[in-house]
Design a protein around this ligand. Sequence first.
Ligand code: ATP
Ligand code: MG
Length: 450
Amino acid sequence: MRLSASLIPTLKETPAEAQIASHRLMLRAGLVRQMASGIYAWLPAGLRVLTKIANIVREEQDRAGAQELLMPTIQSADLWRESGRYDVYGKEMLRITDRHDRELLYGPTNEEMITVIMREGAKSYRDLPQILYHIQWKFRDEVRPRFGVLRGREFLMKDAYSFDLDYEGAFLSYKKMMHCYTRIFQRLGVSAIPMRADTGQIGGDLSHEFHILAPTGESAVFYDSDLDYADIENQNDRTKFGYDPKTLDVIYASLTTKYAATDEKHDLEAWAKVPDVRKREGRGIEVGQIFYFGTKYSEKMGFSVVRKDGLRVFPEMGSYGVGVSRLVGAIIEARHDELGIIWPDSIAPFRVGILNLRQGDPLTDQICEHLHTKLGAEALYDDREERAGVKFAEADLMGHPWQIIVGPKGAANGLVQLKRRDGKTSPRELSVQGALSALGIEDDLPPRSV
Ligand code: ATP
Ligand code: MG
């Protein structure tokens, strides 16, 4: 993509309305614009991030055996009367009346709707277990929308729902989802700690929230520092190709036996048993939550199936949310410096920024064009007539994980500079071919012939 032809409206000034770094950076890097309180338009670069996060979530849900469907954003009030939640949900629910005076609402979550879909589709034990999910916009009329997409009113959520014949099955689904979430966050380049949590509006008795630690987080969290080092990565490697229940138990135990709780579930007695040197108190941003709530909805909404022995039972359910749009802000909150965003490779809007330091110099232009062709859609080519300083500052602000800097001096010798945004490796002078191959791309042309 050529920057000269893109809509990436970066801002030099710090927007006054933004109180925290991620909000400021999302506005400054041209990712989103607020259209009404808590309601955002996703601009092209922002949408690329949102889509990449959604795709990682989708791949991992599919790998865990969940099936994707798509439920509507608008729901009927009658659906929520069946569960009894229409009256208790309160002002956060955006209620709508259509031209025939029928009562509708913009869905804040989908337990009711999925239960009705299953009630019509599943009749016997043969139809269970099932895990279904969708990635869809939600609306909650938050009293105080703030911090940009971290607490919006309209936001994108992945919500999954599990249906099992008995508690053992439901608990297995819960463990699968917990493990699936660790894979998701690992791929997103952040660490999110599962904490014992309250069940709130959804109800039920077993729940964990996943928190990314950040001083700006809205929840107070307490945890054992052993969880900082939980060896999830290696365990995840072992389960690349499916679910062995024994491994799942080991992972679940490693994630849940150490102390970790939000302030709502903070248990002073259990906390006192954690050695002082391992006690960590801080703030967290909730990026996901998983619930087991048994037969709460299946019973109220009359969804039962026939067991193998002929007995009729209400399926045991759970629900599992990931805040897809909140994650964009939360990841920036965890990964930025004074210059801008530091995207992980997996979700950067562009993996590579090509910086042409002398637009119009034939050799520099030629090398840049060549790199742009080779790197394709994952590169943003800064081909504007701008000063080098401006290009450096904007590339740092936008946070491409890699920069290839091309200037006339190097170009004369067929050399470019390859730089990593996170500063973990020092910048290197390389041939054009060398830079491409460092990025995993084969170049068929000798560097001097471009
Ligand atoms: P919170 O406590 O932050 O209000 P919640 O517990 O009400 O969130 P859930 O019902 O657990 O939210 O929804 C699942 C996920 O959706 C949350 O973990 C969060 O990541 C995301 N989410 C919830 N509310 C919002 C919001 N207003 N804006 C953006 N994301 C949200
Ligand atoms: Mg929650």
